[in-house]
Write a protein that binds this ligand. Sequence first.
Ligand code: BYC
Length: 343
Amino acid sequence: MYTQSFNVPDTSDDTKSAGLKAVARPPTEAETALQARFDAKVDADEKVEPKDWMPEAYRKTLVRQISQHAHSEIVGMLPEGNWISRAPSLKRKAILIAKVQDEGGHGLYLYSAAETLGTSRDQMLDALHSGKAKYSSIFNYPTLNWADVGVVGWLVDGAAIMNQIPLCRCSYGPYARAMIRVCKEESFHQRQGYEALLVMMRGTAEQRAMVQDAVNRFWWKCLAMFGPPDNDSPHSAQGMRWGIKRISNDDLRQKFIDATVPQAKVLGVTLPDPDLRWNEERQHYDHGAIDWDEFWATVNGNGPCNKERLATRVKAHNDGQWVRDAAMAHARKQQQRTLQEAA
Ligand code: BYC
């Protein structure tokens, strides 16, 4: 059932240089038994823990997804961080600082969860900084006005929560447990964004126009956050079988739309989709077509802010080198002191 792990091709230099196609060797009896135990655990909805045997492909999939998720959290600090110094009041500034700090914390829980799979944080950060690793498409769009900060909370965090609640039941224990705390904090983020927008919508015509403009720019990008349509999603089927993904990209997108339309009505904004209407038969909202070409261009590095985000992230990492050096020097001195005291 979950046997693809044994079909990983042998890419040793010998076979490559000889121009031969590697043939997967059949699994040994011991490997078959381990695989069967793993399959039974996943089928029984039990958690897989770091020391448990797991198929290599399961490990790789988790490292890919969890590290991308961690990168999204820390790159996600940038568009909102840009507004900390320009928040319109002390209250909003304090809330925004707390939110951005929470996102940094989420990144740390997630890097730690990925480290339990045997990949170091340095490796993951190298992949991010060299442009090899992905992070959520949504953070490659600019935050142009203060209403964008509210819309990021309401829609971006709202979409993130919709995607992340099922991850609390993910089959990999450390990821599932990290997500429980992340989701609690995200729900505060979503509500603070919505509340900030409610206040603006009760303000001047100019403020209401700012909110509508921000919704117009972010709506479609938020729908794309859930990933490509199920038919074009290469990882979904295996992710679902392994209990990593619990709900498909399209189903989550639909749930998000259904939950958000009534919220938009209360807020008094129009969602920028002329095809958005309730379908009595499906008991869901129908919606217009998402521009997947634009999504893929952004995911592949050609969105409006990709270069800027990566450059800011690399600079922040380099500027922080002295902090990491100091922490290491302190840890070394502390260790020496402990050893001297014990001697
Ligand atoms: N952006 O087969 P698929 C947040 C990639 S941040 C970029 O469906 P899968 C927050 C996908 O990685 C929210 N790339 O893949 C923080 C794959 O590429 P690779 C972040 C995307 O993994 C601060 C390819 O497309 N949340 O909460 O089954 C402030 C094919 O896709 C995107 C997470 O990361 C995208 N939107 O499903 C505010 C959640 N979508 O790897 C908020 C964890 C797809 O083959 N991740 N791709 O090169 C997941 O749930 C899943 O990985 C996804 C994709 C649903 C995103």
